[in-house]
Design a binder for this molecule. Structure first.
Ligand code: SF4
Ligand code: SF4
Length: 290
């Protein structure tokens, strides 16, 4: 079972939910928490794993052999990302724009382009409280998060029948799509304010396009208005968990303590949340078979 925990914007409590969900389920089977927010991973601050391994994430970028190049311009024409340009007797490459698709080297008529790896980030993993944590770190100044996220997703380890929880980057752009793709369910964490509602509606659009069933966690309940609940009712999206605005919860988070460690009675609530998700996923697969 793969559950993504996403939100339309940062700071809604996504990591608070993802870490506590992971810790609450570790008795139900092997659990892996993948922190796919590679621009700013922070699940490790709460889980404090001992890092057991790391590997670089490399992207193949073109290198042009000017002795073979005839400056025909074909490579620049096929590059959809403007990462290579031919100006007179010069070929310029822009590695930070390159998506590593290989089209230029494949289509160069003179076979003048080879590829060399360029590191864009790293992936690290380790265990904490019986949970496998994997996170990616995008190199500062790099723009291409998806390849690092893909590597994080590959690193779940051999855990047949296990539970995988993905902490998704905020927003609704390519890194979000990459992180959520392939999930069985997506939990959308939001807060009951007009901003929360606006970002939730955008996130719902994204997961619906990906045809992934979703449900809402309402965080900091007690502030704002009833707009999010009304929207969920209207869109038939279940509100699966409500976390109140509570000074003690904020205090725990700011000290790097997960909700279920600081307030153990939350464990049962997260377990019930998981049971509801299983029911929804099961119901969805049954109706697909009908
Ligand atoms: S396609 Fe090959 S030969 Fe043509 S300009 Fe590019 S590198 Fe040079
Ligand atoms: S590998 Fe792809 S993205 Fe990179 S320069 Fe070549 S065509 Fe462009």
């Amino acid at each position: 079972m793969i559950i993504s925990v996403a939100s339309g914007k940062g700071g809604t409590g996504k990591t608070l939910v993802a870490t506590s969900l992971a810790l609450s389920l570790k008795d139900a089977g092997p659990v892996a928490l993948l922190d796919c927010d590679v621009e700013e991973p922070n699940a490790h601050i709460l889980l404090k794993p001992e890092i057991a391994g790391r590997e670089p994430v490399n992207m193949p970028v073109p290198v042009v052999d000017l002795d073979r190049c005839t400056y025909c311009g074909e490579c620049a024409r096929v590059c959809a990302y403007n990462a290579i340009a031919v100006l007179g007797k010069h070929v310029l490459t822009f590695p930070q724009l390159c998506h590593g698709c290989g089209a230029c080297s494949y289509l160069c008529p003179e076979k003048a382009i080879s590829e060399e790896p360029r590191q864009t980030g790293i992936v690290e993993w380790g265990d904490a409280h019986g949970v496998r944590l994997v996170h990616g770190i995008l190199t500062v100044g790099e723009a291409m998060a998806p390849p690092v996220i893909r590597k994080v997703k590959e690193r779940t380890g051999d855990r047949p029948g296990g539970i995988v929880i993905r902490d998704v980057p905020p927003g609704t752009s390519c890194p979000v799509v990459e992180a959520v793709q392939g999930s069985d369910f997506c939990l959308l964490v939001t807060e009951p304010t007009p901003f929360g509602l606006n970002d939730l509606a955008l996130a719902v659009e994204t997961v619906r396009e990906l045809r992934i069933p979703c449900g809402v966690v309402l965080n900091r309940a007690g502030i704002g208005d009833a707009g999010v609940e009304e929207y969920c009712l209207q869109e038939r999206i279940p509100v699966l968990l409500t976390i109140p605005l509570h000074m003690e919860i904020a205090r725990l988070y700011s000290r790097g303590i997960t909700l279920v460690e600081g307030m153990p009675y939350w464990k049962e609530r997260f377990q019930r949340l998981f049971d509801r998700i299983k029911e929804i996923v099961h119901e969805g697969s049954r109706s697909l078979k009908r």
